[in-house]
Design a protein around this ligand. Sequence first.
Ligand code: IPE
Ligand code: IPE
Ligand code: MG
Length: 234
Amino acid sequence: MNETNVPSHIGFIMDGNGRWAKKRAMPRNFGHKQGAAVFKKTINWCRELGIRAATFYAFSTENWKRPEDEVKGIMNLLRQYIKDIREMARENVRFVFIGELTAFDEDIRTELLDIMEDSKQYTDFIAGVALNYGGRAEIAKAARELAAKCVLGEMRPEDITEDLIEKRLYTSEFPPLDLVIRPSGEQRLSNFLIWQAAYAEFVFMDVLWPDFKKKDLEYAIQEYAGRSRRFGGI
Ligand code: IPE
Ligand code: IPE
Ligand code: MG
């Protein structure tokens, strides 16, 4: 594979867990559990393939609409999974949890903040995990912060630039988002990294997330390598 055509940052919309479970006549949370296992494997595959960063959409600001038992199941899975994430972080992976973490129970929030702080030193790979994340909420947050500075007289509205907004997004320390992969057959962003994806390439795949394999990732990267990105130029 041509080195220069390897995406530096991939976004994964981990979708299709529910349908995967349904096909097996199992509860939806069984699908989430399988999905979490694939998340862990995908981090390793990305590293093997020379990717520097990946962000995984795990729970959106809109996912609270789901039935209470499903949301509870996902929170419990997250609790169990924190241990694994800690272990992965020890392998030189920096974890950044993006989204409004105050919505989570205290024990989960403390662990997440802890892992983020402890893994700041690692530079091999950045793993973003989007939890209670919404792209619109992220942009609104940046706008609020800049507006507050204006009110304090620290800056003027006309000083607000794209760059200043970008610096206040959760991904400010990530390389540019080059590729978004969405399995499950849906072809939409569902509020995932909407600012960052302005010039990203998209690969939509029919595979359900719990069935996602290294060969699917390789296919998406190959597909990306063949795209002609013009960024508005010719
Ligand atoms: C994605 O899988 C995981 C979360 C949103 C938490 P879904 O649960 O959306 O699976 P489908 O789309 O219903 O199959
Ligand atoms: C997007 O999937 C959110 C995550 C994968 C975490 P959804 O299943 O929530 O998206 P929609 O509802 O199909 O757009
Ligand atoms: Mg879905």
